[in-house]
Design a protein around this ligand. Sequence first.
Ligand code: UDX
Length: 461
Amino acid sequence: MRITVLGCGYLGAVHAAAMAALGHDVLGVDVDADRVGALAAGRPPFYEPGLAELLERVTREGCLRFAVAPVSEQLARAELHFITVGTPQSDDGSADLSHVEAAVEALRGALPAGSGAVVVGKSTVPVGTASRLAESLAPRGAALVWNPEFLREGRAVEDTLHPDRIVYGLPGDPVLARRGQEALDAVYAPLLAEGVPRIVTNHPTAELVKVAANSFLATKISFINAMAEVCEATGGDVVALAEALGYDERIGAAFLRAGVGFGGGCLPKDIRAFVARAEELGVREAVSFLEQVDAINRRRRDRVVALAERCLGGSPEGARVVVLGAAFKPDSDDIRDSPALEVARRLHERGARVRVCDPRALDAVRRHHRGLETVREPLAALEDADLVLLLTEWNEFVRLDPDEAADRVATPVVIDGRNALDARRWREAGWTHLGLGRPRPVPALRTRALRRARSPRKVPR
Ligand code: UDX
C-alpha cells in the first residue's frame, strides 16, 4: 500500500520504518529539513535501539523515502496517511494541537474531492479531537480513523512491530468506517496474522484508551512512590513491598519501581492534558486523582534534592556532586522532563559543582544546560566526588564495580534514586548507600573542611 507518514519525530520515524518493514511503500514527511536529511541518510536524529539498522535496510530496499513538507502531489497519490506529529504541552497544561491541525490542513489542501483516502491519527490527542478533525476532512471524502500508538522509547521498534494490541477508533458514518477498517486491516495484516489483538471501537474510546493507559501507568508509579514515602517514615522497605505486591496477578510487578519518579515526553504531559480536557468537559472531579499523581511525582524530585543537601551537611555550596544519568530513562537520549537533570540543575543552582554522566544524552545536556559539567566515562566522572546520585538506571551504571568506584571518590556516599544498585555489595565496598523508601543508615554528614581534606575514603556506616 502507498502510505505517507506526516511527522518524523520519535513516533513517526519509527512508524515509517516499521510500515516499510511490513512491506508498504512509505514516504515520511517532516517540516524539518535537517531531520529529513538525517533520516534519508539512514541516521536517526535520536537514539533508539534497532532503528538505525531498520532504517538502513528499508531505505536500501527502496520501500522508505523521506521528503520535506509541503508535498501536495505525493499526498494526493498515497492511499493512506498516518498523522504522527507531536502534541506538546501548552502553558496551561492542555495539549497543543497546532501540529495535528497543520497536518490535517495539508491533507485537506492536497486530497482531491471524493479521494477515497484514509487518514489515520496516531498522535495522543484530547478526547473529542478526532470527530472534530473528521468533519474538516469530510468534504474530501476521506475516512479518519484514530489508531493510538503505545510505543515506549528505548523499545519503540519492538513495540511497533510486536504491539500488545491494535486499537481502531472508527468514524460514525458506516461507509467511511468500513473503508477505514479495511484499509488498516490491510496495513497491519502481518501483525493481525500473528494474532495481535484488535479492538474496533469509536473515535472517543480510541482517544481515551491512550490517555487512560498512560494515566494508569503514571498512577502505578506514583502509588509505589507514595508507599516509599510511608516506608521512609516507618522503616519499611519499598523494594520488598513492591516485590510482594507484584506477585499478586491482579496487581502485577511492572511499573512498581519506586525512585525519583517518571519523566519524559509522554506521561507527565499526558496526565496534565487529561485533567485540562476533563475540566473542559465538566468532569474534572473524575480525574482529580491525577493531580495527586502529578504532585507525588514532583515531590520525588524535591525529596532527592533535600536528601542530597542533608548528605552534604545542609548546603551543596562548593560540593562536587556527580549525577549518573541525564536521559529520562535508560536506552534513550531524550532529556525531556528528565528527573535526573532537574535534580542536577537544582543542586547546581544551590552552588554545587555538578558533573553529569550519561552514555547517550550528553550532547543534549551541553546544548540545554550549559552550567553542568559533562563526562562520558562513569569512573572518570566519579573522580573526587563528595556525593554520587544514580538517577537513570543505565546498565553501565548498575554494573559499576563498587570497589573501583569507591577508589575514585572523595566520599563514598551514593543516593540510589532508582533503587537499582545492589545495596549490600555497595555497603560492603564501604559506601553509604541511600535508597529511596528503604531503611537507611544515618547519612554521614561531612563538613566542608573535611570534604576539602579529601583524605577519608570510607565513610563509617
Ligand atoms: C510511556 C508509555 O509506557 C508508552 O506506552 C506510551 O506510548 C508513551 O509513554 P515512555 O515515556 O517511553 O512510554 O517510558 P516508560 O517506560 O513508560 O517510562 C516513563 C517514566 O517512568 C520513566 O521516567 C521511567 O524511569 C519511569 N518509571 C517507569 C518509574 O519511575 N518506575 C517504573 O516502575 C517504571
